[in-house]
Design a protein around this ligand. Sequence first.
Ligand SMILES: Cc1ncc(COP(=O)(O)O)c(C=O)c1O
Length: 420
Amino acid sequence: MGAEEKSHAPTLVNNGVDDEERGHASVTLGAVCYRPVDMKPSTRSDVAPFYVMEVMRAAEAREAAGHEVLHLEVGQPSTSAPIGALDAVAAAMRNDKLGYTGAAGTPELRQAIAGWYRTRYGLSVPVERIVVTTGASGSCVLGFLALFDAGDRVAVLEPGYPCYRNDLTALGIDVVTVPVGHESGFRPTVDQLEELGPVDGLIVASPSNPTGTVLPADMLSAIVTWADAGDVRLVVDEIYHGVTYGAATPTALAFSDRVTVINSFSKYFSMTGWRLGWVVAPAPIAAAVERLAQSLTIAAPTVSQVAGLAAFDCVEELEANVARYRLNRQVVLDGLGRAGLARMAPADGAFYAWVDVSEIGIDSQSLCARWLDELGVATTPGIDFDRTNGHRFVRFSYAGDPAELGEAMRRIEAWMDARR
Ligand SMILES: Cc1ncc(COP(=O)(O)O)c(C=O)c1O
């Protein structure tokens, strides 16, 4: 290879010099040799890893070794996108070139989201306030960028969804923790918020991951009033709306025009892998989100927008999914009760039970490892969601199959009996 060619191939390092001479370990890919590079990532990227990934890896390894695993660790529906969405995609793949859309999403999808607020909540939301994103994860990054500056102080709940903290940290925002626990039903109180001192923002989720707890209308309205009064930018994550078991889930948009709401097609609509979500924000923030999206993603995937639009017409199928979660929830709550593990957050919505396992006397990371090893039951240790008290909690996901959940509960019950 000539010198000129070499300059266009910077990763090719085996240009005549022996690896041993260089003193580096190397990886050989076919005829090309790559040397591991010693380069420190940015400080801002030093966010906490997800321990649930370790559980999933261990569960996969167990399955690969031919052992059965009952999955209660996975935080996603076990169903596909609804049939109507799949049909719409099949047609679009034949008839549509599926190029980029505008950064805020297709006009049809934005209209349909506005229609969802009209029919579900009786609210009129101007389309200009709606931006389609790459899942609620995309909504968080774009929303936080549009709402906050580096150095701002933003509060999150603990336990809570860990990405809020990680995203904010990566953006140079100071994260303030609001601990919630049994005493307040895992919901923040306005008194607690008052004690935070000056904050620029607050992120809450209702229903919450990992607790499943819903903020009832009076509490949500009190939080919105507190935020508006103090000029605190409130973000409410409503990704689990629709996945509830009797508790009403008003949207925070009903209480103020200053709130930013994030939502997604991942949970109720059963479309995690399609990476589609949305933000509803005050008009200037929505415009900033759109502007940022132009540069950061260009737009959400077009094929997913086609699917999302059709999914709004699949409510019957989606409600059947929720009916199954309701049965699953009963199986898990009954099983945990029989196992003596009934100290948990109010499981009002989502598909999680957040259970205090401290009486067992084993750190939840070790406990989850033992349940996987001894029972073939995969669950999630609480540490991802609560860095302070997570070692006392396990999250059980009941998004899966009822028979599998029943068997998992029987095994845990027998394990607990054997310890008594
Ligand atoms: C509370 C919460 N918010 C946001 C997300 C991200 O969801 P998405 O798949 O829409 O990016 C999740 C995913 O589990 C979640 O639980």
